[in-house]
Design a protein around this ligand. Structure first.
Ligand code: GLN
Length: 314
């Protein structure tokens, strides 16, 4: 038991118990077959505190497709590679549009609103390719995520990556459209090869919460003590998660939880209570904006019980 917060174990347990009983569970993403087969009954939660204590409940050790949550790790790597020059090619405003929307790109000359919608993440992939072949860039990304999570067992689900390629017509369109503006510079097959593989990284809640620790710890990897990003950069990534991490549902998520969070269509959410905890939840059923229905509710419950929102003074 964690002496600093003795009842956190029971809070986490009670949340999982409540979520297991809920009848309304949202709709599992079905745009690729490999995601459609996941049972909507799954629910997992993992909370890792600043001191390293970890509380889990439900299916916290079952790996799921992290999908758009990978956009956080990709952005972190790309900022490391090119620094603030990245912001000449990607904006920092909430889009108010669906995750895969193309509409704003025309009037905004191929500059995506932010790095957490598909268009923005595709530009980030283009930046990460640099002088690499997709295979090398994918390997580098996987090594980075494993190092963040201190877990060498994290893998890419190749079936999901292939399924993504076969159904990714919108992403192909987005990449080509931005290439026409010169904001995608490598061949689109290579850029999307990287993007689809990063989306297909499979992680459990425990692994995902571990990977997010640097964002709760002012950019430091708590285990090694090494700096992953500067405190300023960690603050900025958290700010983007709060304002843009749930697409056109970002305002609603912030309203309900008061936490920076990034969702994925696999039903996962990584949420950060800066200085306090890194949290991952997973429930595959999505709401109408493509964000985990019960994952959001679980985080809302956690904040109600702990007061961990960034707007509650500790
Ligand atoms: N791989 C998905 C896509 O590009 C990721 C989207 C998401 O998680 N919202 O469509």
């Amino acid at each position: 038991p964690d002496l600093a917060s003795p009842d956190l174990a029971s809070i986490v347990h009670d949340i999982a118990a409540e979520m297991r009983l809920r009848a309304e569970r949202g709709t599992v993403a079905d745009y690729i077959p490999a995601l459609a087969t996941v049972s909507p009954d799954r629910f997992g939660i993992a909370v890792i505190m600043a001191d390293g204590t970890c509380h889990t409940a439900g299916d916290a050790d079952e790996a799921f497709s992290i999908q758009s949550i990978s956009k956080v790790f990709a952005l972190t790597m790309a900022l490391g590679a090119v620094g603030d020059a990245l912001w000449q090619r990607v904006g920092r405003e909430p889009s108010g549009s669906a995750f895969n929307s193309i509409v704003q790109l025309e009037s905004e000359h191929g500059i995506p609103r932010n790095p957490f919608i598909n268009a923005g993440a595709i530009v980030v992939s283009d930046i990460l390719l640099g002088n690499h072949e997709p295979r090398e860039a994918i390997g580098e990304m996987l090594r980075f995520v494993r190092a963040l999570a201190s877990d060498e067992t994290i893998r890419i689900d190749e079936t999901v990556a292939q399924g993504e390629l076969q159904t990714g017509f919108r992403n192909i369109a987005l990449a080509n459209y931005m290439r026409a503006f010169g904001n995608v510079r490598h061949p689109v097959e290579k850029v999307l090869g990287l993007y689809f593989h990063q989306c297909a990284i499979a992680m459990s809640c425990r692994q995902l919460a571990a990977a997010g620790r640097y964002l709760m710890a002012r950019g430091r990897h708590p285990e090694s003590g090494r700096s992953v990003v500067s405190p300023r950069r960690a603050r900025r990534i958290n700010a983007l998660m709060l304002t843009c991490g749930h697409y056109d549902g970002s305002g609603e998520f912030a309203f309900r939880t008061g936490l920076p969070g990034k969702s994925g269509v696999g039903g996962g959410i990584l949420a950060i209570a800066p200085g306090v905890a890194s949290i991952a939840v997973w429930s595959p059923g999505l709401n109408e904006r493509g964000n985990s229905l019960l994952g959001t509710l679980a985080l809302e419950r956690l904040v109600e019980h702990t007061g961990w929102s960034v707007f509650d003074p500790v």
